[in-house]
Design a binder for this molecule. Structure first.
Ligand code: FES
Ligand code: FES
Length: 1002
């Protein structure tokens, strides 16, 4: 567990260095009270003054005034407004800022603008020729080689440079070309495919098969289809309220839904036109900078902001007064003086707003803070030790965010351990005592940071008419509600906009502490303030997947049936709660006796947050390894064991379907990975071993009724859809257009989708794989309502009954007569017809339990070096009615790549002495890159539970749940030694081999 370890050295930012600081402004001194705009009497000047230079950019010579320390990316973005070039790390580690210098890829964040000289700069905005996209851009759109799109400009530039030099690159050359471009969404397989296509070559190895079901006919009246591809669908009774859209046929009978569609915003993303929060530039906008504590546990004794306030260009200074983290049940148990107590290194103490980022940085460094440093509890073991320094002096409570996390109120708390949260069925002790077979183990998982390519950020604009914020968020409405509450504003006076965002993975649901700080700075400065966290702040202060230690025991009978399952977990979300992992243990394999006891352990580290399938990758890592151990003890194939264990769960509509689905998925996956060719664990000869492993997953079906939209149909035939739901990169924008297009006989591109703005009807936050479950029934309902008006207008025009009119592709027909789409719309009684619909409730019928899938991993383990490579992953997944297979494939690729990265590489490292995160960057915190991307083979099964008018589900979570466990089981199969700890680094693997004496020498 790396939070208990100390590696070599912390990193520093080239940009910070260029600005004249060797340590990172984020860890300098802190604040004093102020609140006014400041006029300096004798303003100090920072740095040499700006000088004019010429840059040849995209074929035009442009003059800019820059300071010698100005980087090329700053000159491009801030002065020339070419914001397609992104900043992901600011230190040459991510490739988001890739441009061409004389046709050669270069990192604009580590190139000084003044160094460019006469070289020709090409940015993403200069790649297309007029309306004609570069072949790489075109291929990226056609093959969906993007998700959030934040890395896409840099990725496209690297690929375009490759093709200019090597017109027919092979796979190795493509991987090499983009090896410096990180994509946290895991789009690499589609990037490889797109580059092969752009170079006129077939791409193999990253495949998708979709399997439909049914005959394409509408279900009989009063029923909806229930079933799954590979089996059959049957009509189940459903009561559809009057006026609601009737159930669709299975997708075999649909024209748009279920068929691959390119993204509506694909062109914007590949040309750099898509605007992210960091691209927003408002008139008179200021730049914010936080001052954070370098100490993990301290009392703030003095904050002096006088020098910062005197700096020319500083417009507001703010000292934080509200304590971050959980709330003490009895606040009198802690005396902190004038300032909040510091509970982790990276906690915000103060902030400034200034006219340039450089001045804001300088001002932050001028703030003086005196600390009384206190001992800190760092590491799961140390925090649980007797006499460990206390994070909280007494019991606390902390609610979850919109994205999960948090824990129940009023749990017991002893020192730094809170809980347990306990779930019990039956008498576990007795059942375990009687069970003839028992398997047990302790499993440990590390802290994983979200590491979205776009850091958290906000542009806050407090004005007389209200507050407008542009924010990188997963939930526009959740941010609005939070800011309205904090600042005492009516919701109507808070507008939240998120047109595009560069990844969130669960950490971006609320306004966050930094967001509140930015709004406060804007309020004080009376000007818009942009506050983007830097990469260090991103790693330390805005969320992570908690660490865990899990003790799990399974009791079984001789026939393999389960007698009992018992889990005790301890995990740490730092100063927050929400480290539970018990859902998998309680729900995946029912047993007569089951118990989970989950504890949060407080540490002096940054708060955890919801992270893609919260708790599940950790829980399944332990559970699915133990299931494999049980199969080995029983001497039966583990797939056969799972067939026995997947019994019907009582009371769920999908209960039987789940059982059938898992069995089917296991068989499909087993065939594709070559399961039957497996030898005994560790039986391979030589030092390089190969293994195959399996794990299965489940995820719950979450319905967010805060899901509404407006559909407008105009007389000219144009169609608008509006909702505050945003597109996190999953393709929500396109999926919603597909739903509208399906029922109106149009193409998705015919629908103008305006989302990500709280001016429109409320949409669900994007997270928990709940977006499409929530919003698509509302979209279909609003479409249905405007369609009825259109049908009536067409019927009137055609002289037939409304019920006789049919919508077909691009026309409306009845009785052998038809109207083209635009003719029909021209017959509308008013210039536009519109409908606002909220999500209809689920139809009658049993509750859907959830949905799942199976993943198989094939690995190679070098027993001399301990290096594990994942060669191939097969994923077989059901995900409700498939809306857009192209986007679903992208998400599953991304979930698997996240899972591999978690299994093998990612590990937050905290210095036990200081509590500082030592790898708070993207070079020492390793995330999976192009070279580590395996082949991925996906099979998607259409599934119907008949509970809504779309039957859509989400897929972001389930795609990520099983991967680490499947890899762990494959590693065991390869080497015959179980790795019970993540990440499975060479050191971990070698240590495990060493303990068992299974090291093989060549
Ligand atoms: S922003 Fe330049 S490499 Fe990351
Ligand atoms: S698409 Fe690459 S980071 Fe999101």
């Amino acid at each position: 567990m790396s939070d208990d370890e100390t590696p070599d050295k912390p990193g520093f930012s080239r940009r910070t260095f260029l600005r004249g600081s060797a340590g990172g402004a984020a860890l300098t001194g802190l604040i004093t009270l102020s609140g006014k705009a400041h006029a300096a009497k004798t303003p100090p000047v920072v740095g040499p003054s700006a000088v004019p230079i010429k840059l040849d950019v995209n074929g035009a010579v442009r003059e800019v005034k820059i300071e010698p320390r100005t980087t090329l990316v700053s000159a491009l973005r801030d002065q020339l407004k070419l914001t397609g070039t992104k900043v992901g790390c600011d230190r040459g580690a991510c490739g988001a800022c890739t441009v061409h210098l004389d046709g050669v890829p270069a990192l604009a964040c580590t190139t000084l603008a003044i160094e460019v000289g006469e070289r020709k700069v090409t940015t993403i905005e200069g790649l297309a020729k007029g309306d004609t996209l570069h072949p790489v851009q075109q291929a990226f759109v056609e093959h969906d080689a993007m998700q959030c799109g934040f890395c896409t400009p840099g990725m496209v530039m690297s690929c375009a440079a490759l093709l200019a030099q090597t017109p027919k690159p092979d796979r190795v050359e493509i991987r090499q070309a983009v090896s410096g471009n990180l994509c946290r969404c895991g789009t690499y397989p589609k990037v490889f495919t797109a580059v092969m296509a752009a170079s006129g070559q077939p791409a193999e190895g990253w495949t998708l098969e979709t399997r439909g079901v049914g005959d394409g006919k509408a279900p009989p009246t009063g029923t909806a289809w229930v079933g799954i591809a590979g089996g059959s669908v049957t009509p189940e009774p459903r009561t559809v309220p009057p006026g609601e859209a009737a159930p669709w046929p299975t997708s075999v009978g649909l024209s748009v839904v279920g068929k691959p569609a390119t993204r509506l915003d694909g062109r914007a993303k590949v040309t750099g036109a898509a605007k992210y929060t960091s691209d927003i530039q408002l008139p008179k906008m200021l730049h914010g900078k936080r001052v954070v504590s370098p100490h993990a546990h301290a009392l703030v004794k003095r904050v002096d902001t006088a020098k910062a306030e005197r700096l020319a260009g500083v417009k507001a200074v703010f000292v934080v007064k509200v304590q971050e983290g959980a709330t003490l049940v009895d606040p009198s148990t802690e005396q902190n003086g004038k300032f909040p107590r510091i509970r982790y290194a990276g906690q915000c103490v103060a902030a400034v707003a200034a006219t340039t980022p450089e001045i804001a940085d300088a001002a932050a460094r001028l703030i003086e803070v005196d600390y009384e440093v206190l001992p800190a509890a760092i590491g799961l073991t140390a925090a649980r030790a007797p006499n460990a320094p206390l994070v909280y002096p007494g019991p606390v409570n902390l609610g979850g965010s919109a994205g999960g996390g948090g824990a129940a109120k009023g749990l017991p708390q002893r020192a730094n351990v809170r809980g347990p949260t306990e779930q019990v069925n039956g008498n576990v002790e007795e059942a375990l005592a009687k069970a003839p077979i028992k398997v047990t183990g302790e499993f440990a998982t590390q802290v994983q940071t979200h590491s979205a390519m776009e850091t958290h950020g906000i542009v806050a604009d407090w004005g007389p008419a209200g507050l407008t914020v542009y924010v990188s968020t997963q939930g526009t409405a959740t941010v609005r509600d939070e800011l309205a509450t904090v600042f005492g504003l009516p919701k109507t006076k808070v507008r939240v906009v998120c047109e595009h965002m560069g990844g969130g993975f669960g950490a971006k649901f609320g306004a966050g502490h930094f967001g509140v700080v930015a709004v406060e700075l804007s309020r004080r400065a009376k000007a818009p303030v942009r506050l983007m966290l830097d990469r260090r702040e991103e790693h330390t202060s805005v969320g992570n997947r908690p660490s865990t230690v899990q003790d799990i025991t399974i009791g079984a009978n001789a026939d393999g049936s389960l007698a009992a399952l018992d889990l005790v977990s301890h995990g740490s979300s730092g100063i927050a709660t929400g480290a539970g992992v018990g859902w998998a243990a309680m729900r995946m394999y029912p047993a007569p006796a089951q118990r989970t006891r989950q504890h949060d352990v407080f540490m002096h580290t940054g708060p955890g947050a919801a992270f893609r399938a919260p708790g599940m990758p950790q829980g399944v890592f332990a559970l699915e390894q133990l299931i494999e151990e049980l199969a080995e003890r029983l001497k039966i194939d583990s797939l056969d064991l799972r067939d026995r264990l997947d019994v019907d769960k009582p009371g769920g509509v999908a209960a039987e379907a789940d059982r059938i689905a898992r069995k089917l998925e296991r068989r499909i996956g087993a065939d594709r990975i070559g399961w039957k060719t497996r030898g005994a664990p560790g039986a391979g000869k030589g030092p390089i071993k190969y293994g195959i492993g399996v794990a299965q997953s489940m995820w719950r079906r979450i319905v967010d009724m805060n899901s509404a939209c407006e559909v407008r149909l105009h007389r000219d035939g144009s169609v608008q859809l509006r909702s505050s739901v945003m597109d996190i990169g999953t393709g929500t924008r396109t999926a919603l257009a597909m739903v509208v297009a399906e029922d109106l006989g149009l193409s998705p591109a015919d629908i103008s989708v305006e989302i990500g703005d709280t001016r429109w009807p409320i949409g669900p936050a994007s997270g928990g794989s709940k977006t499409l479950v929530g919003i698509t029934p509302a979209v279909r309902q609003a479409t249905h309502e405007v369609k009825q008006k259109l049908l009536a207008a067409a019927a009137h025009k055609l002289g037939v009954a409304t019920t006789d009119v049919r919508v077909e592709r691009g026309k409306l027909s009845a009785a052998g007569k038809s109207l083209a789409w635009k003719q029909a719309c021209a017959a509308l009684p008013t210039e536009e017809v519109a409908a606002i619909a909220s999500r209809p409730a689920d139809w009658n019928g049993p509750k859907a339990d959830g949905y799942g899938g199976v993943q198989f991993a094939q690995v190679q383990v070098d027993t001399e070096t301990g290096v594990v490579r994942v060669l191939k992953v097969v994923a077989v997944q059901e995900c409700g009615r498939l809306i857009n297979p192209l986007a679903v494939q992208s998400q599953i690729n991304g979930g698997i790549i996240h899972g591999i990265s978690y299994a093998l590489f990612e590990d937050r490292v905290v210095d036990r002495a200081t509590g500082r995160v030592l790898n708070a960057n993207l070079d020492q915190y390793k995330v999976l890159g192009a070279r580590d991307t395996p082949f991925i083979d996906i099979v998607l099964l259409d599934q119907y539970v008949g509970l809504t008018n779309t039957d859509a589900h989400g897929i972001g979570e389930p795609a990520n749940v099983a991967t680490a466990a499947a890899i762990a089981n494959a590693v065991y199969h390869a080497i015959g030694v179980r790795i019970r700890e993540l990440p499975m680094t060479p050191r971990t693997v070698l240590a495990a081999l060493g303990r068992t004496g299974k090291v093989v020498r060549s």
